[in-house]
Design a protein around this ligand. Structure first.
Ligand code: FE2
Ligand code: FE2
Length: 387
């Protein structure tokens, strides 16, 4: 690993210290401790930058079940649905021959309003091709984060099925592993063949991914991966599907969302039973805090620094850019799409009580708690959720 220079460390601190200091101010030292190793490697050393691979250490236990009893009917039903819902990236389900030029200047691949810089005077001074290049870059950046999240979901699903205490859950988990492999194949192919550009993982997603790989508690992996990161993915899918002009991308997202909806249902089923029967109040409150901290990471920290460096470093300092990106139409849309689906699930798991509610209110994401419960929705209903 290359040792970062002092100036690199300072830049990294400037970017990420607000997240850490906010957690300290809330007294959430415990959460910070579990994130410390990943945060040090991710935020400060930036150990993943330019790397071909990252090695993370897992600490969970594997539960063998010698009874093979199928005692969780709802999960068994989900397993049957997963078996019959399988498809392949290249079996004709997706029509890859649909062509759409991502640099099309007449029909933008994503509307200008969702490009953060479109409200700046410099936007109109740029050529049609320059604007199209930035639209493509923005979409590539979001889809790259989704691709990296899918890789995390692959490992998360593989770990969780080893630890989960129900045999039906282990069987379902195997189908999720296959699903996530397919998602990686599809997103990678789209980025590679259609957009021709891939970005590195965002620091926050890296830290979260490593923290979840390393956490020894299977339910925490489940909460982080199946509920929070899957919710993040679904939010992004519904958002992109609603605004992209590329019919191929809309198609891809339609089939992937059907898979992801099963994964979230699996997370809700498993955690609901576990939290109701196995956790004491202190342990439950700990999970509630953790869900809030992850919400904060997902809400505040996807500020597209790669795009800032590539296109806007001359126009803003980093602090100005952070505020600008945070308030952009894209991020507003994304936050609505994500939390509209996420909060009702947290409520259902008992992780959105009166104790934590004021903290969500403080960051402005309390309005979604009466929304529909994603785990009970059909694919079409998820896509139709107004955002
Ligand atoms: Fe996935
Ligand atoms: Fe998934």
């Amino acid at each position: 690993m290359t040792v970062p220079s002092f100036s690199q460390l300072l830049l990294s601190l400037e970017r990420n210290w607000p997240m850490a200091s906010e957690a300290v101010a809330r007294g959430n030292i415990k959460m910070l401790k579990s994130f410390l190793g990943p945060a040090y490697r991710g935020f400060l050393l930036q150990s993943f930058k330019g790397a071909d691979k990252s090695i993370m250490t897992a600490n969970h236990q594997v539960l063998y079940d010698w009874n093979y009893l199928r005692q969780y009917p709802a999960m068994s039903k989900l397993y049957e649905a997963a078996k019959s819902g399988q498809w392949a990236a290249d079996d004709g389900t997706i029509n890859w021959s649909q062509s759409f030029d991502p640099l099309n200047t007449h029909t933008p691949i994503v509307p200008d309003i969702y490009c953060p810089a479109s409200i700046l005077p410099i936007w109109t001074k740029q050529s049609g091709l320059e604007r199209a290049t930035q639209r493509r870059a923005m979409l590539s950046w979001i889809l790259s984060q989704i691709l990296h999240g899918e890789q995390g979901a692959l490992y998360g699903a593989a770990q969780v099925l080893q630890a989960v205490p129900w045999f039906d859950g282990k069987l379902f988990g195997a189908t999720q592993v296959v699903d996530e492999a397919r998602h990686i194949e599809v997103f990678h192919r789209y980025l590679d063949e259609k957009l021709g550009r891939r970005y590195e993982i965002n620091e926050n997603l890296y830290v979260l991914s490593e923290a979840l790989v390393a956490d020894s508690r299977w339910d925490v992996k489940f909460l982080g991966m199946q509920i929070m990161i899957e919710g993040f993915g679904l939010g992004a899918f519904t958002m992109i599907r609603s605004f992209t002009a590329d019919p191929l991308l809309r198609d891809i997202l339609k089939y992937i969302v059907a898979d992801e909806a099963r994964h979230v249902s699996y997370g809700v089923l498993a955690l609901q039973r576990f939290y109701e029967t196995e956790l004491n109040e202190k342990e439950r409150a700990e999970r509630e805090d953790l869900a809030f901290e992850i919400s904060l990471l997902l809400q505040r920290r996807f500020l597209m620094h790669d795009l800032y460096e590539e296109y806007y470093g001359n126009y803003f300092n980093l602090k100005e850019w952070n505020k600008f990106a945070m308030d952009s139409e894209l991020m507003r849309f994304f936050r609505r799409a994500m939390f509209r689906l996420l909060i009702p699930n947290l409520k259902r798991l008992g992780l959105f009580t009166e104790r934590i509610r004021p903290r969500y209110a403080e960051i402005g994401i309390v309005n979604y708690e009466t929304g529909p419960q994603m785990s009970e929705m059909t694919n079409e209903e998820i896509m139709a959720v107004p955002v």
